[in-house]
Design a binder for this molecule. Structure first.
Ligand code: UT7
Length: 323
């Protein structure tokens, strides 16, 4: 018997407010045409005044629990990937824990920026395989609109708010790649590149700060590192890109998604793309795409699904899941 962390449920929450590219033409020297052709983004959702990362996370978590047919009391752990926790501490995960009415188990945040959900899944998998949790709720939730410099056209048109969640449960598998659940994970970071994507605030500065990015530099690393980590994760499971039914990449830029798929030899029909509707929602982008993809029938039970992401740190990684 081989223990596996199997996906039991998935859900998401997007704020009601949808902002099309054209809205930025009023205040910035930019165009819908530039944003669309350079990034693939057409619109994004922004949280309402007072709507928090925890609000979005709770709604996504409730949807995932409903989908799994479980209640919060059934969970042993909550892992929440975010770089926009509402307060410095306590963690957003403990706020979600309280609001779900879960008083047992444990909850914590993972902060690996856009790679956060991949890191959170890898952590949840490790907790489940080591017997420290049987059921884990893994959430990616962000309100990047709170850390945007609205005068910087090179960043503020790229990001959006939202949340997605998965419920994982331990199940005995046979040890083959036909097992449902997480089959392999791969994680990396390289802090030498910390200056190409960061927030210029925090406790050391006395203000929350704004996201700063050298987009071209991040782009330069993205396709190569994403392809390498995805192929490494597949190889750990004894698989290769020809086995992939659905690539569910971090949704930052359609050109990065297409470039990675091309490098892996995957046709775009096998790639789940939501960047046009969500923009870059950092750690929320993969669970949002998994939830939308599963709801729309693009991802079906039994599919071999591979996720990958790269972001601030730099931090990057990939997870292979039999859905
Ligand atoms: O999720 C975390 C990881 N982040 C990413 O994966 C982001 C990776 N980077 C990217 O997606 C792209 O680099 C961007 C979308 C950020 C930028 O696209 P690019 O094709 O790399 O453009 P660029 O930065 O090389 O800029 C090209 C031009 C510049 O003008 P000059 O210097 O050529 O005159 C920019 O000033 O486009 C200009 N520009 C804009 N023009 C109109 C930058 N932002 C805008 C804008 N509207 N919003």
């Amino acid at each position: 018997m081989t223990l596996r962390a199997v996906v039991r449920g998935v859900g998401h929450k997007l704020p009601d407010r949808v902002v099309p590219n054209a809205a930025f033409e009023q205040t910035l020297d930019t165009t819908d045409e530039w944003i669309r052709t350079r990034t693939g983004i057409e619109r994004r959702h922004f949280a309402a005044e007072g709507e928090t990362t925890a609000d979005l996370a709770v709604a996504a978590a409730e949807a995932a629990l409903r989908d799994a047919g479980m209640r919060a009391g059934d969970l042993d752990a909550i892992i929440l990937a975010t770089s926009t926790a509402d307060l410095t501490f306590p963690s957003a995960a403990t706020m979600v824990q309280a609001r779900l009415g879960m008083s047992g188990g444990f909850a914590f945040d993972v902060q690996a920026v856009c790679a956060g959900f991949v890191y959170a899944l890898a952590n949840a998998n490790a907790l489940i395989l080591s017997g420290q949790a049987r059921r884990a709720l893994v959430i990616g939730a962000e309100t990047f609109s709170r850390i945007m410099d609205w005068t910087d056209r090179s960043t503020c048109v790229l990001f959006g708010d939202g949340a997605g969640a998965l419920v994982l449960e331990a199940e005995d598998g046979t040890g083959t790649v036909d097992d449902r659940g997480i089959l392999a994970t791969d994680q990396h970071s390289d802090g030498r590149y910390r200056d190409i994507l960061y927030v210029d605030g925090g406790p050391s500065t006395g203000h929350t700060g704004y996201l700063r990015m050298q987009g071209r530099e991040v782009f330069r690393h993205a396709i190569e590192k994403l392809t390498a980590t995805t192929e490494a994760a597949l190889a750990k499971a004894g698989l290769n890109s020809g086995d992939v039914d659905r690539l569910v990449p971090h949704q930052a830029n359609i050109r990065i998604i297409q470039g990675t798929a091309r490098k892996m030899g995957l046709p775009m029909e096998r790639v789940v793309v939501t960047v046009q509707d969500h923009g870059n929602t950092s750690a929320a982008s993969i669970p949002l795409a998994l939830s939308v993809g599963s709801r729309n029938g693009w991802i079906k039970p039994g599919d071999l699904v591979v996720t990958n992401a790269i972001g601030g740190g730099l931090a990057w990684g990939s997870v292979v899941i039999r859905w």
